[in-house]
Write a protein that binds this ligand. Sequence first.
Ligand code: NAP
Ligand code: MG
Length: 493
Amino acid sequence: MSSPAKTAVKTYQNYVNGQWTSSSTGATFPVFDPSTEEVIANVAAASASDVDKAVKAARAAFDSGPWPATTAQDRGRILFKLAEKIRQNQPMLAELESRNTGKPIVEAEFDIADVATCFEYYGGLANKVNGSVMPVPANALSFTLREPVGVAGQIIPWNYPLLMAAWKLAPALAAGCTCVLKPAEQTPLTALEFANWLEEVGLPPGVVNVVNGVGEVAGAALVSHPGVDKIAFTGSAAVGKIIVKSAADTLKRVTLELGGKSPNVFFADADWEAAVDGALFGVFINQGEVCSAGSRILVEKKIYPKFVEAMTEKAKRIKLGAPLDRDTKMGPLVSKEQYDRVTSYMEIGKKEAKTAIGGGRAKAFGKGFYVEPTIFYDVDNSARIAREEIFGPVASVIPFENEADAIKIANDTPYGLAGAVWTRDIYKAFRIVKSMRAGIIWVNHMQPTYVEAPWGGYKQSGFGRELGPWGMEEYLETKQVYVNLDEAPIGWY
Ligand code: NAP
Ligand code: MG
């Protein structure tokens, strides 16, 4: 195992109104490499007053100055320049993302390429936002104008740090909004490196601000601030609920991308090799720290024992290792807090079901938040490990009798982010597609995510959609305009 070269511990500030600034309190917080548990950076912790300055800068940039006069074409060009910067700096960003999150470098490289693609997509979409003309029954013209929502507060999680920032910043900027971004306290580094290029690509000061720090302070200050028009949040359902309550006081627009307990459903007629692979990929990619993880694996009884055995055999070969090793398939979890959470669910799982593999710390590693890929089977759908989001490499395998039974179990969850079905029977596949109550359904695959297609959940997985034109809609208002063409007085009185 190669150990990454030691790099100096860098200090990062907040990016407010085009300036790097320390926190008003002088406070900083440490950021870790979860594979070594060492501090790799110190970051300024924004106070409520720092957030206030950032919101005021975003407000001023939205209400006056050069940004409102920027054309849609120009905004598109700026997004293309950002995409180019990201592609040029992909090795640096991927390495930093991998070191900070613990995710395998190869996966981080995919993430950063997706970040660039996201900026390119919305760069192209910026000047393709059209209003409509309505055929009202009057001598008049009735049409709509699409206008930016205003100042967007954007709060993101730690599992795909720069990608989650891109999913929010790119459509917001394309729409003409200004932004205050609050990265997750565990993983702010790539968003901060990214902020270095904002001025160079031509974004006026205040259009994008990045404030770091703790959710309960910096995040909460953003959500309650009267100068913010919209909150876009990706994170846990628990925090999503707090945000909706707090945002109600100022009636902000809110979009929520929350967690899930997504079913990955396997019928006996599925392609065997692809299915076994897909079951593991669906739940173990990115250490299982994926909102759409297929963490409930539903398997038809006819193939159930053989399927559990095949999954287990294959899971034994998953290569755990240092995030920067190119052959690593699973790195450590992101933090001590997440390690404690996941291992405590493993203890619960050992009592609630049978353990096929894993169930605790990956003992080969002296340091780092490594856990074993874990498969529990004979799980009842009412068990905690089948109902609660674990957000780690823990699979709950549940047998089912027939199609009706599969649909019932799949939908018996408070969440509705995603689902997948594996079968060669096209009739069955599409019946399942229609029956599953979730925002994203894959057939004979799980997890592919493209910027062109909408992303978001049903039920307690949130509301609103990111990506594609849907993602931009969330940053646009619709103004109705009525133009009277009849010069005669109304003649009512
Ligand atoms: P989290 O604890 O909900 O935190 C998400 C973000 O919210 C962080 O930036 C956090 O700050 C901030 N926050 C915490 N408390 C807050 C408050 N009271 N007011 C305002 N902001 C607050 O989630 P996480 O542990 O970072 O991420 C894992 C969760 O995200 C999982 O549930 C996962 O399913 C979900 N997720 C969903 C998607 C999706 O697209 N649907 C994608 C990725 C992740 P701190 O950094 O201080 O905690
Ligand atoms: Mg948190």
